[in-house]
Design a protein around this ligand. Structure first.
Ligand SMILES: NC(=O)c1ccc[n+]([C@@H]2O[C@H](COP(=O)([O-])OP(=O)(O)OC[C@H]3O[C@@H](n4cnc5c(N)ncnc54)[C@H](O)[C@@H]3O)[C@@H](O)[C@H]2O)c1
Length: 258
């Protein structure tokens, strides 16, 4: 429990696949802070896992299936939330996908289909996630997306996902400008390497993690809990003046020259 009180607030977290998901750590910390939560999961295959995870919470967490490859699913998710919660304060977008063959080898071999798919799911999806939520965020609120430093530098193996993260970070800034007048803040957390289902698909992930520990300012890797704590901060009034930012939670890896 951290001294951030969010009772009376409502939120939705997209992207819980299992107990290692960054989204799950964020959902937990928001739940501990008192946020009434909905969890959006990708498909029927994940539902059982998500049901099991939230069973410990002993409350009426709303579970919604939402494959973000179709805007209609996103719209329907918020329609359901309007019925359940009435209004919305916090959104976490913790979603990415690329074909495994596009997460290794030469970037120039990325085909049009793989490129489009990665950008559609990992970057475009933030747009409908904010668009359809905005009318529900009547008291303003916070949107958080998850990114990685490959948006700016080359991390061999991260390939097309680096392009997707560059697009996502740009979308964060443009969306922040769109919804800023409504008091909605949109930020991204740029996390260091963490062992999850998604990171395992990146061919050189092990090297990335090792080098991050060796070269980061703090000479270590980060933990999922550290990302969750940053998300709690960004969701709270403590971050009321922060929007359109990429907040690095990487033990200072990005500031180093060598
Ligand atoms: N793990 C890392 O090292 C790391 C570092 C920085 C950023 N990130 C980012 O964090 C976010 C979460 O990834 P994670 O590492 O927790 O892995 P994860 O595999 O647990 O989460 C990815 C989620 O995306 C969901 N998803 C994929 N396609 C979807 C679709 N069509 N519709 C709805 N949901 C879909 C999956 O179901 C899954 O829940 C991603 O944006 C990832 O790029 C991860």
């Amino acid at each position: 429990m951290y001294p951030v009180e969010l009772s009376g607030k409502t939120g939705i977290v997209f992207g819980v696949a299992n107990h290692r998901s960054i989204a799950w750590a964020i959902a937990n910390i928001l739940h501990d802070a008192g946020v009434k939560l909905a969890i959006a999961y990708q498909n029927e295959r994940v539902r059982g896992v998500v049901e099991k995870l939230v069973s410990d919470w002993d409350d009426d967490t709303v579970l919604i299936e939402c494959d973000v490859s179709d805007d209609k699913n996103v719209e329907a998710t918020y329609q359901q939330l309007e019925t359940s919660f009435g209004k919305l304060d916090t959104i976490v977008h913790s979603i990415a996908f690329a074909n495994r063959e596009d997460l290794g080898g030469e970037y120039m071999k990325t085909d049009r289909e793989g490129f489009t798919l990665a950008l559609d799911i990992s970057a475009y999806s933030l747009i409908p996630v904010v668009r359809y939520a905005a009318p529900l965020m009547t008291d303003g609120g916070s949107v958080i997306a998850m990114t990685f430093q490959a948006s700016e530098r080359v991390f061999p193996g991260y390939n097309v996902m680096g392009t997707a993260k560059a697009a996502l970070e740009n979308a964060v800034r443009q969306l922040a400008s769109d919804v800023g007048p409504q008091g909605i803040r949109v930020n991204a957390i740029s996390a260091g390497p963490l062992d999850t289902l998604s990171s395992r698909a990146i061919s050189q992930y092990r090297d990335m993690k090792k080098v991050a520990a060796e070269r980061s300012a703090m000479k270590r890797n980060i933990t999922t809990d550290e990302v969750a704590k940053a998300a709690l901060f960004l969701s709270s009034d403590l971050a009321s003046g922060i929007t359109g930012e990429i907040v690095h939670v990487d033990a200072g890896y990005n500031i180093m020259g060598i």
